[in-house]
Ligand binder design. Sequence first.
Ligand code: SF4
Length: 186
Amino acid sequence: MKIRLAAYLQPDSIVDGDGIRTVIWTQGCKHNCPKCHNPETHDMFGGALIDCEEIKKQIKDLKNQDGITFSGGDPFYQPKECAYLAKYIHSLGMNVWTYTGFTFEKLLEMSKSDTSIMDFLKEIDILIDGPFIFSLKNFSLLYRGSSNQRIIDVKKSLELGYVVIAYHDEVEEENSFGRNNKYMFV
Ligand code: SF4
């Protein structure tokens, strides 16, 4: 199985999630968020196709990483491949964070016709969801670019049936959804 990536694995990031993390930059995104910071990752045929077994080798050789973050691009355009890698990452004892331009609720809807989306969701510890909205941009936000985006505890959310926010920060008061709300989806 091959996955389309925008760049080499990037170890030692401290801005793409909790702790010291390696980022997997997936290639391909159709959200077209105005003023996106990574427009070179949008082309669905750009980047390079890499064998997942080669990526697993690179992941196994990583040192002193708390987890892996899937970013892009949007990893949910390649859910089967990402689920496969995320399962392997968990087997090595590292956690999995993922960025997506889809909302969590939209992914649940999409999973009804594409089971690999739920396979991937089940292998994600933390999901940062929603498009980047320039008018809601705030560089003070924890781990995300605009205040509409949520830092979601996926396992608890799937278990409880509503969106559980994993991390709050002060500026989240500006979030249009309001703080400490429960985002019911079932
Ligand atoms: S989802 Fe991310 S990569 Fe895609 S257009 Fe929006 S900001 Fe850019």
